[in-house]
Design a protein around this ligand. Sequence first.
Ligand SMILES: [Zn+2]
Length: 452
Amino acid sequence: MMVEMTNEDLKEFYKLVFPEHSLEDIGNFLNTKLDQLGVDEFTAENNRIGSQIEIVKRILDANSNQTELAKKYLDGIDPKNCGSEYAHESSEEDDGFVIKNKVLTLDKTLHGTEVNGKQARMLILAHNKNVKRVNLFNSGFYITLRGPSLSEINIIYNRLSDKINSYGKTFGAIFYLHSDISIKEIIWDFIESLVIDSNLTKWDNTNRLRNNVSLLDYHLIIINIGTLMYKNGYNFVHTCTNVDCDYTETEKIDLGGLQLTDFNKIPLDKLRFIAKAPKVEIDDATDYRKAINNSTEFVIDKFKIYCKVPSIGAHIRSGNQFNQEMLSTIYNAKDEDEINQYLKYNFNRIFNAWIYKIEVMDAEGNVSFRINDNESIALALNELQSTSESSLVDKMNEFIKEATVTHIGYVTKKCPKCGKLPSNAIEETGLVTIDPQNAFFTILVMRLIQNS
Ligand SMILES: [Zn+2]
């Protein structure tokens, strides 16, 4: 896909990549580049950059619903209780402890020790401050991540943009929302390739990590890969959302600071567990998740619905299943309307991975029968959709809001020029949510352009 870029578009884009330079500098820079490269090569280069922006824009559009939802989840959150670090003071009957996502550094006691294998690898990465231990507050254990190399960033970028393009060709533009599953799958494979250690036992067995990392920790992990890609901070451009104001400010931020974990939601003994457990068995992690209320049940009509936060692995499996089914069902659809109808009447299915059991009750309120396999639950969800319009969606959103321990966002302030809060901020707290998956894609592109 090729996109013709106007000079103004180009300047705007470079302003995003190099916020510390003025538009005039950028204009001069582009003119010099034009002289050096000649018209043909200059145009080809701009088209390459243009198609990257186009893809980013499309992802942003596709995910706008999710950002709206994430904003709902932030409503009522007190930023004073949230952060990325936690400290418990010691007392007479109680040891203190600290929880922190640590960038691992070299151990000063090595004194020329000969090392090899896994330890050598770890030390080389630590030497570059390129390893970080990340606590997964929604899952109950930690992982140790290394930062990606430029060639790995290039590969994941290409895989993502190929996927998005081919998805568009298969389903047409309206399906970008559902392409989210295949994007998550690619990013998750990338995440797994960067995990070098964990306190979850046998974490490197096939599928063990993806089946135990909570879906609600996915964004937290992405943010922390970002911190390894931008160790000295990321240039974040604030642009005032008031159309009558043109105020723009660039701030260097630590991407890790976007992690807002609500420590009030985790009982003290479980915080201590996160801080101290040297090894975590699957049963320990399950107990941890129970203690942070990762499951619930409710009744709609004659259905009693049992749900819990899925693992990233369960989420991807159920999304792929839905995509395959959709592909075969709509293959012969007459027109776009028919496809839209299909999506509308199957909307409840996005919660498939969240629901593990449904009991169907008779007129007296006794359990008539129960189902717990994926396929039957999918059927029930469709059935529920035809009887009651939106209550499942409302109930699920309520549950997800309750169950989310870590939010991603930041506290913004009033614009120094016009005095208004950004339109996407929550009035009372100034909290603004960002979608880490979108942000991740943007920073991948930035990283590649800055190094090209
Ligand atoms: Zn303003």
